[in-house]
Design a protein around this ligand. Structure first.
Ligand code: B12
Ligand code: SF4
Length: 485
């Protein structure tokens, strides 16, 4: 059977036309490998910019699939819903939706008139069995992890157990991606995953909801063998040209001590490329950071999320101290590893003074690159429920994720404050960094004055932006340009 999957890979709002910004997504590459191994065909419609109804239908007709899939994250769901409608209005095609959003909110997906099937959780087995069933081999109604409404009948099946041995999966099929649609940094990297799952329960993250879906949830965190992983990278490094580094997309590469020790020993022996990975500050110490450096790590991305200890612990469920955060970033700097700090703002119960704590903690940690996004609640998460209890959720669709606005009815933070920090976090962090270096009591006075300037509604956003642009010109390049991620 011929299956086509649509992967929407662009920002819903604020999209700027120009060089393609497509990114590799291994989820669909794993689906393709599984389908091909089972004797089916799969093609990808990789949407790197918004598409019109006609463009989409032309593409789908060109591919002429017998089953159409959409891979969907929460922010993309409104768009996927619309595209499914366009297809159904014109073509008689079964439509299946999978991906993070389908796993978080299968009920919501199934309620959509134009979606026939929803894949809850990992999809390799599901997509193969669905393709088989639609070809007449078996019944769609008995496929584990599949929810659907088919031929007038609605069905909800239990979720199948997680694939425990990741080495048993066929290697992701990267041939479905068109290199010409990729962002420049994607062309010079090999993207791989060593693991699936994360054991933590950060209240805003989808992991605790995803884990809860599986019958064998105690096996949620799984690692491939180091040998299997490095074999895949070796094969790709041989085949691909102009590769600069390897990018591990895992939530936390440094999670398991034994695996980590084997990895840092074997990686430099077998792979001659530097690598970038994600970790958590409380899973790093000097010994690990030194070993990562020796193994070839050039950048580590770590969440700070909030610089306010109360908010971090109670609202975000992240138990880590300011000191630990600062130490991890400083140790990376000491060993010459670049860092990226990931931050959010606009949480329930957050005040603007707490947002400034985030700016200040970044000033102290001094990451190579500092990123901030406005918090967006994902269905089913602990923080989504807190937002509901606090009556912060609006009535209509939450589709402000890619804007600098909040989708919540925030009471304590003004929209202009969110916009200012989103735009100028780095020069502001640098300014606080300079202020903290002043001799006392000058540092305290300067800090209060700058806090007031950023907070006050007596000065317009435009005037603040003007000052921020001047501060930006004074910010050394290594505060925002030095790190690849
Ligand atoms: C690589 C990655 C990206 C890539 C690729 C995007 C993508 N579609 O995943 C990029 C860099 C573009 C990206 C961007 C963003 N990401 Co991201 N990203 C990831 C990451 C780290 C790995 C994804 C992956 O390859 N997983 C491994 C595969 C095997 O698992 P999987 O994705 O779940 O896929 C399986 C099933 O879901 C299913 N499946 C998937 N698609 C389909 C389709 C069909 C038809 C079927 C049947 C099954 C199916 O089968 C797959 C194989 O088993 C995940 C975290 C994670 N560890 O999964 C976050 C994650 C997907 N990202 C997340 C977020 C929040 C974002 C951003 C919003 C971040 C931001 N603030 O900008 C953007 C959104 C981009 C967008 N266009 O919507 C969230 C999504 C939460 C949600 N509710 O949707 C995740 C889950 C992180 C988290 N823990 O919260 N991301
Ligand atoms: S540590 Fe990261 S990936 Fe794991 S639950 Fe927290 S935010 Fe999600």
């Amino acid at each position: 059977m011929k299956v086509t999957i649509v992967y929407p890979d662009y920002y819903l709002t604020g999209y700027i036309k120009g060089e393609p910004q497509g990114r590799i997504y291994l989820g669909v590459a794993y689906l393709s490998a599984a389908l091909k191994e089972a004797g089916h065909h799969m093609t990808l419609i990789h949407l790197v910019e918004p598409t019109s109804r006609d463009e989409l239908l032309t593409r789908v007709k060109e591919e002429s699939p017998q089953l159409l899939g959409f891979s969907c994250t929460t922010p993309m769901f409104p768009k996927v819903r619309e595209m499914a409608r366009w297809v159904k209005e014109e073509l008689d095609l079964p439509i299946v939706v999978g991906g993070a959003h389908a796993t978080l909110d299968p009920q919501g997906c199934l309620e959509e008139q134009n979606i026939d099937f929803v894949c809850v959780g990992e999809g390799e087995g599901v997509i193969v069995e669905l393709a088989d069933a639609l070809e007449g081999k078996g019944s769609v109604e008995n496929i584990l992890s599949l929810w659907g409404k088919w031929k007038g009948k609605k069905f909800i099946n239990p979720v199948r157990p997680l694939v425990e041995d990741l080495d048993s999966l066929p290697l992701p099929d990267r041939s479905i991606f068109d290199i010409s649609l990729m962002a420049p940094d994607q062309k010079e990297r090999i993207t791989v995953m060593a693991s699936r799952g994360c054991p933590y329960r950060c209240h805003y993250c989808s992991n605790h909801v995803q884990r809860s879906r599986y019958p064998n949830r105690e096996k949620y965190v799984r690692f491939r063998s180091v040998d299997h992983l490095l074999g895949e990278i070796e094969g790709l490094a041989e085949k691909l040209e102009n590769i600069h580094h390897v990018r591990f997309d895992d939530d936390i590469l440094t999670l398991r001590r034994e695996w980590f020790e084997e990895f840092v020993k074997e990686y430099p022996r077998r792979i001659k490329l530097p690598f970038i990975c994600n970790s958590r500050v409380d899973l790093l110490n000097e010994d690990k950071i030194r070993k990562l450096k020796e193994a070839g790590c050039i950048t580590i991305c770590m969440g700070i999320e909030s610089g306010n200890p109360y908010l971090r612990r109670e609202i975000l469920g992240r138990r880590m101290s300011d000191e630990k955060i600062i130490e991890a970033f400083h140790l990376c700097r000491k060993y010459g590893i670049g860092t990226v700090s990931l931050n959010m703002m606009g949480f329930p119960k957050e005040t603007f003074s707490m947002v400034l704590d985030t700016v200040k903690l970044n000033a102290k940690a001094k990451p190579g690159l500092t990123q901030i996004t406005v918090f967006y609640p994902f269905p089913g998460t602990i923080l989504y429920d807190i937002c509901r209890e606090e009556r912060l959720l609006p009535e209509e669709d939450l589709d402000t994720l890619f804007t600098r606005e909040s989708s919540l009815n925030l009471k304590e933070i003004r929209p202009d404050q969110l916009q200012l920090i989103s735009e100028y976090l780095i020069p502001f962090a640098y300014t606080y960094h300079r202020i903290f270096d002043l001799p006392g009591p000058l540092d305290g006075w300067a800090e209060k004055l700058f806090d007031w300037f950023l907070s006050t509604d007596k000065i317009s956003l435009e005037r603040k932006q003007k000052v921020a642009r001047k501060l930006l010109l004074k910010t050394p390049w290594d505060w925002y340009m030095s790190t690849k991620y």
